[in-house]
Design a protein around this ligand. Sequence first.
Ligand code: KG4
Ligand code: ZN
Length: 348
Amino acid sequence: MGAVTRVLGIETSCDETSAAILTGSGDDVTLDSLVILSQDVHRIFGGVVPELASRQHLTAVVPVVQRALVDADAVLADIDAVAVTHAPGLVGALLVGVSFAKALAFGRGIPCVGVHHMEGHLFATVLEHPRAVPPFIALLVSGGHTLLLDVSAWGQYRLLGRTRDDAAGEAFDKVAKMIQLPYPGGPHVEKLAANGDPTRFHFSRPMLRRNQQHGDDDFYDVSFSGLKTAVLRAVRAGTPDDFPDIARGFHDALVDTLVEKTARAVEHCGRTRVVLGGGVAGNRTLATAMRSRMDRLRTEVYAPSARLASDNAAMIARAGLFHFEQGERAPLDLNAFASYPLPGLVSA
Ligand code: KG4
Ligand code: ZN
């Protein structure tokens, strides 16, 4: 085992202020603490209000980091490096974490590492499942992104497919709004759909044509805007009594699509592991459907708990440790970006 590093991770890209401390080397890592403060204020607006998010990060970031230190039984002097989400996300929100992390690292004379939020999601599952290491197929499904990746090694990501329009989580949130469920809608839609009749609403599976072939540019891509429109039509034609059945029809169509695209990736890339990440990966119905499909392909499925699926600093610290060990150091002018390419990404 190489030198052990203690990393403080910070995540402020959206509406969670989070800090975590982990200790380790390579894939031998222990999570010492994780604090996630979810900003409740956005619920009353039905979506994240960027200005409010930034201000709440500003008041929360210091106590959240202090709490993470206390929970880890550590003091600042024990920290070897700071890892912070610097993209993608709400720029004002990201800037709070980035400015804090740079100031702390500079003041203490320790390195700072910038982490891409989606790469963080890729590293979340291994914190709970030690076998969720490359090579594997990754399905990252969050509120802003839907990515299907072939991961040959940490830091080497081949983009197989992505959404052409809405992200999976975004589709959940929009459908939730249509059927009068609170924000964020994913868990509410999942719960309501579980009570729905699966035979009443059969929505067509987006981007799953029978005659699709490997090499077609929509073989791995997904699209959820047509599904969303079909749901809206059903909502307008129905009554609230139909909502559980509509939710079920939507849920089944979305899950089928994600499972089928992932199965294609497993078969064509010859992988035997699937790792799920991002807020939607906390959906138990998706994980169960993925497992029963992958059983037939003799492929293991690793899904994070809901706590590690959604935004958290443990995954940022974990991805940060990898980049730190690669010798990466953020310059003092590390900036925040609303969108940013995934590092190590190759399209082919
Ligand atoms: O990864 P995440 O916490 O934040 C982003 O990076 O976007 O993902 C948030 C998304 C939201 O759209 C939320 O509705 C969805 O994840 N989500 C779920 C579930 N839990 C959270 N979607 C479906 N089923 C769930 N159980
Ligand atoms: Zn996220």
